[in-house]
Design a protein. Sequence first.
Length: 308
Amino acid sequence: MTPTEPADARPPGVRLSPLSANRAFATILLLQNVIGGLVGLRSIGWGLIAASVLNAVTLLVFFRPALRDLTRTDRWRTPPPVLTTLGALLLTLTSGQALLAGLLGLWPELRLGYDADAFSASGAGLVPLLIGGALLVPFIEELAFRGFLLTAYERALGVRAAGLAVAGLFALAHAVPLQALGILPAAWILTRAVQHTGSFWTGYAIHVLNNTAALLLPALARSGPPWLRDEAATLTRPQALLALGLSVALLALATRWLRPRPVQVRTHEPVWSASLITVMVLTALVFAGALLGILYVTLTGGDLPRPG
């Protein structure tokens, strides 16, 4: 039976509370979207770099205790196992693309609001995009989700509930319906991989490789997956159902394989706070607004607006 401690008693070196984790998470998300969006108007790559650097400085200045607590955990000091990381990456890529293909086959209007070229670049512009999008952003996002939130939530909620909560928040934070739904497999597998290996760096490595593939391969091929770009390439209904079934099967395989390690100490602290609720409400409103637009186009039979 899992031992229980009072809310103010945490093991030495792991004093990170859900409240401080929520504050760090909310700050990271705010800066990443505001600064990245403003600078990204001129260059998306430099926008991602600027937001990530500002987030790093903010954490070092204003969240030093939480950052110190996180770096004292075993997960921070444990290197990622190579084979497990590569296997989880393969499941992430295949299940995510299968889910996207299936969703668009059944509901093509989900393309509304999604710009397949938003994170594309070539030549000199590709370098800052890869540095920001494939190296820095994954690190900041992993700090927020599989670092601060997962560490604090596991002791308050247990490994399974914490994993579901963090994966859900990670998907919701992407706001655009197609991105939020399509990233669900990655959100879940990343979380389970960190819990299974006991290494923060497993999630970061998978995140880096996944983002690198997402940014680099379309640049080299000058195109992304056809179902994201061309409505004519959408799968038929039977094919879409088969793709969804494949995605679900791969997620079930990942869930069964990546079994989380138990948390030895539970604090049962509340995870709700004003900062968390604010973030959830704002992102939910953006998601709901975009989804209503998609539903309007679906029901009225209007043309899908083309990004750019």
